[in-house]
Design a protein around this ligand. Structure first.
Ligand SMILES: *[C@@H]1O[C@H](CO)[C@@H](O)[C@H](O)[C@H]1NC(C)=O
Ligand SMILES: *[C@@H]1O[C@H](CO)[C@@H](O)[C@H](O)[C@H]1NC(C)=O
Ligand SMILES: *[C@@H]1O[C@H](CO)[C@@H](O)[C@H](O)[C@H]1NC(C)=O
Ligand SMILES: *[C@@H]1O[C@H](CO)[C@@H](O)[C@H](O)[C@H]1NC(C)=O
Ligand SMILES: *[C@@H]1O[C@H](CO)[C@@H](O)[C@H](O)[C@H]1NC(C)=O
Length: 527
């Protein structure tokens, strides 16, 4: 995996530039709290530990409990706070199966992630949802397997040139270059009847793996959504409140944002086992696996895969937790800081490293207020729900408050955790010491690293995180901050506090540095 810069920023709208004042205001408060450098790592570690004790997917009791924790921190800081709930259409897995028949044998895949010896989360591991794709089509697909590399449009062009007909096959693609929903969509467009997406060891694996190293274990699976839209798919453009009108299943299908063929995410061990059964032409060099991998061939077949998935669509209640610090001079101008809380599994990196920062920022704002500080503009702190399913909590909130937000939002700052590449301009980085190199600032490290060294993981394009509704629905300037180093256990059962403590951020100094950058931008924007 490419070396990652510790800290990257995406500037989503050039109009944001007014936030990044050339020279920071000579603010006493700002200096005071930015210089409070790495001293406060234990409080942020505690927040993270508490938030990630149990898996907390959107719609679960555990995630409602996590909402209550966030609310309790907000209110303990004497900041007026409330929960806004929506009833939204989520999906959960009911049954899954995958078998592969060749002339020699039949393989039946277990499709579960293994608990390791000494895992402190073993007891709650059964609360992790079975591996699945949210909003995947229910159904069965039986056909010969074709290997389609990353499942991009150009990969199918290559297959066509090689004379491979994908029609009526089950596509095996690997994760990594494009959004998983697009992998399924592209396969359907060329006539495939089902899709398996595996985590290739080449992209996410290493010689050793968690808990001995940071890499994805052989049975680790990247779960995630395959929905292409934003917000509740049954209420496009309006909030999912009360007895609101909803689209029928047929109308949702016609909208084109949900897949029409079944899919399953699988581990690198299972992907490897399937690859070994695929015959046909040898795939191009850049389609091959890493060291120790078998030779990748494109198929089709001869082995026949039978993939079966049944999901359940449920109207679930989700909770956004919102805190408002009213501005002293311009109360009608809003600076919003948002992060989501729901996680596919334990969420230590995604997203609760961001939630822990949000809570720490809230506590620092309280300290500032106690010393007499008041923001010029209103600051709104938002802890979103159901981001993983399709940015649902933030989108419903924007849809419910669209006119007011369109008139009042000056900036939306987002903190998730996915590592993404992008253009960058930031003033705070100039001052914050690099937690991995005490002789320079984060900005200097970023310059030295070469600005092109980040890998993109997760949902890409215009709707990577909760800033999407702000940008797309109301045209607000937005910034997304991502932090974390190489994050191979993305959306797997192993994204837990142990991984963070061992490999992600052992001293929680990176959290603090990221937090200081974010905090200082928030102050700039609000004052
Ligand atoms: C691909 O195979 C399908 C049958 O599975 C067939 O109908 C179609 O004509 C084939 N396409 C090409 C380009 O050969
Ligand atoms: C495929 O698997 C499903 C679920 O296990 C099963 O009901 C179905 O009969 C299988 N189809 C074939 C062709 O083997
Ligand atoms: C830390 O920064 C200094 C320059 O300020 C540089 O010479 C050194 O190589 C860096 N160390 C690491 C481990 O990156
Ligand atoms: C990174 O970007 C900055 C500003 O755009 C530029 O000055 C610098 O040379 C770049 N660093 C590398 C290694 O490309
Ligand atoms: C906080 O940082 C110090 C070193 O600066 C370290 O000894 C301590 O273990 C860290 N605390 C946590 C919770 O990681």
């Amino acid at each position: 995996m490419t070396k990652l810069t510790f800290f990257t920023l995406i500037v989503l709208a050039t109009s944001i530039s007014f936030i990044f004042l050339e020279t920071p205001p000579k603010s006493y408060y700002h200096t005071l709290f930015i210089s409070d450098s790495f001293s406060d790592n234990s409080s942020i570690a505690n927040h993270l530990y508490t938030l990630t004790k149990r898996p907390h997917v959107a719609g679960s009791q555990a995630n409602a409990d996590a909402a209550a924790y966030v609310l309790s921190i907000f209110t303990s800081c004497n900041i007026p706070s409330h929960v806004t709930s929506y009833d939204v259409s989520l999906t959960y897995p009911v049954s899954r199966s995958l078998t592969l028949k060749s002339s020699e044998k039949t393989i039946k895949f277990g499709l579960f992630q293994e608990i390791y010896d000494g895992d402190p989360y073993a007891e709650v591991a059964n609360e992790v949802l079975p591996t699945f794709h949210a909003y995947a089509r229910s159904g069965t697909a039986t056909g010969p397997v074709v290997y389609a590399n990353y499942g991009r449009v150009e990969d199918y062009a290559t297959l066509r040139e090689m004379g491979v007909n994908v029609s009526n096959t089950v596509v095996l693609a690997r994760y990594g270059k494009i959004y998983r929903g697009d992998i399924v969509h592209n396969a359907h467009a060329v006539g495939a009847i089902g899709v398996l997406i595996f985590t290739d060891k080449k992209d996410y694996g290493g010689e050793k793996w968690f808990p001995d190293d940071k890499w994805m274990p052989p049975s680790g699976v990247q779960v995630g959504s395959v929905y292409d839209g934003i917000g509740d798919p049954t209420t496009p453009g309006w909030p999912s409140t009360g007895e609101c009108e909803r689209l029928s299943d047929e109308e949702v299908d016609e909208g084109g944002n949900v897949p029409l063929i079944p899919s399953l995410p699988i581990s690198w061990a299972d992907g490897d086992a399937i690859i070994r059964t695929i015959g046909g032409k040898v795939a191009n060099v850049d389609w091959q696996g890493g060291k120790d991998s078998p030779i990748y061939r494109v198929g089709p077949g001869p082995a026949i895969a039978n993939l079966s998935y049944e999901g359940q669509q449920v109207i679930s209640t989700i909770q956004n937790v919102i805190a408002v610090i009213e501005g002293e001079e311009e109360p009608d101008r809003f600076v919003i800081l948002g992060n989501h809380r729901d996680a596919w599994t334990f969420g230590a990196v995604d997203p609760n490293s961001g939630t822990a920062s949000l809570l720490e920022i809230t506590q620092r704002l309280e300290k500032l207020q106690k010393r007499g500080w008041r923001p010029r503009r209103t600051i709104i702190l938002c802890n979103w729900d159901a981001e993983e399913y399709g940015l649902i909590g933030s989108t419903e909130w924007v849809e419910e408050n669209r006119e007011m937000l369109a008139a009042r939002v000056v900036a939306y700052l987002n903190v998730d955790c996915a590592v993404q590449a992008g253009d960058f301009r930031a003033s705070a980085m100039l001052f914050v010491q690099d937690p991995d190199n005490s002789s320079q600032t984060i900005y200097q490290s970023w310059l030295a690293s070469g600005n092109d060294t980040t890998v993109k993981l997760g949902r890409l394009g215009g709707s990577g995180s909760d800033y999407a509704a702000f940008v797309q629905h109301i045209g607000a300037p937005a910034v997304d901050m991502s932090f974390g180093q190489g994050y191979p256990i993305y959306h797997s059962m192993y994204d837990d506090f142990v991984w963070m403590k061992k490999f992600g951020d052992p001293m929680f100094h990176r959290h603090v540095a990221g937090l200081l950058c974010l905090f200082s931008r928030l102050l700039y924007a609000a004052s």
